[in-house]
Design a protein around this ligand. Structure first.
Ligand code: BGC
Length: 272
């Protein structure tokens, strides 16, 4: 029997994860580091929370972590964040554009501020981070740590596919991320930059706490999930780490739904 520990799939690589101080982003940062990557843990507020995550990653002994502040909806912040990560690690090989927010409202009550905030963080932020990532990968050129010049991975959502009344700003950004991802995946593939999305379903994090934190809410949510459980950040982080690794070298422009079957029209299991 082979008792050797699995080699770290991302050893020698450097990653930036936006919105990495909680939820899915935190899970991704921890997983990439466990696979050997150095990780820039981006946050907007609460530096102490981001620093604690970095301290725990650093104590775990694989990849190193550093906290970097920046609001992804602001061009100057994104450029400063990339400059700080490159200064720290020398370059970046993996960029996970993960930061996302919800500002839920019925259409008729939705304020322009609610619309613009969500577009700003979720979609403009994704564009700004992807652009800086491609610029850095191209500036630096190939390294011998990966078959790719670089990897860009978006955290999208099942709502790039499933319409979501009461959340039209959020669903619009996720539909937009799908076209952004596919368009730049096509554009950048010849340069060996791989661009893909992970599309989470209902994952237990702060963004959707109301939907799972009481037994009644959880039971009603589970009706939308054929496999019968609400996801956890590690479900998403494992797939993201695989997309960052050379094991997925031929995966280009893909949306990988990690949703327990939420996109399978569960209502049709008994109806239709
Ligand atoms: C949203 C969550 C929601 C899930 C499934 C995610 O993209 O952020 O609030 O629970 O989709 O509907």
């Amino acid at each position: 029997m082979n008792t050797q520990p699995a080699p770290h799939r991302l050893a020698g690589q450097n990653a930036l994860v936006t919105g990495a101080n909680s939820g899915i982003g935190e899970g991704i940062a921890r997983e990439l580091a466990a696979e050997g990557a150095n990780v820039a843990v981006n946050y907007v507020v609460q530096p102490d929370v981001a620093q604690k995550i970095c301290d725990e990653i650093n104590a775990a002994g694989a990849g190193k972590a550093v906290a970097i502040q920046g609001d992804v909806s602001r061009e100057t912040d994104v450029q400063a964040m990339f400059a700080a990560a490159v200064k720290q690690f020398g370059t970046l090989d993996i960029v996970c554009s993960n930061a996302g927010i919800q500002r839920d409202s019925k259409l008729v009550d939705m304020t322009l501020a609610q619309w613009e905030q969500v577009i700003g963080v979720n979609l403009t932020g994704a564009f700004l981070c992807a652009r800086e990532a491609a610029r850095e990968f191209t500036r630096r050129g190939m390294r011998d740590v990966s078959r790719a010049l670089g990897k860009i991975i978006f955290t999208s959502s099942v709502h790039q596919e499933i319409p979501w009344g009461g959340h039209c700003n959020y669903a619009t950004t996720k539909g937009g991320i799908m076209q952004l991802m596919e368009s730049i995946a096509q554009e950048l593939a010849p340069q060996k930059i791989r661009v893909n999305s992970v599309c989470p379903g209902a994952i237990e994090t702060a963004i959707n706490r109301k939907a799972w934190s009481t037994p009644q809410a959880a039971a009603s949510l589970e009706k939308l999930i054929p496999c019968g459980r609400i996801g956890v950040p590690a479900d998403i982080a494992k797939v993201t780490a695989w997309l960052a690794s050379d094991e997925s070298d031929y995966v280009v422009g893909a949306s990988i739904y990690v949703d327990g079957g939420m996109t399978l029209y569960p209502g049709f299991a008994t109806g239709g």
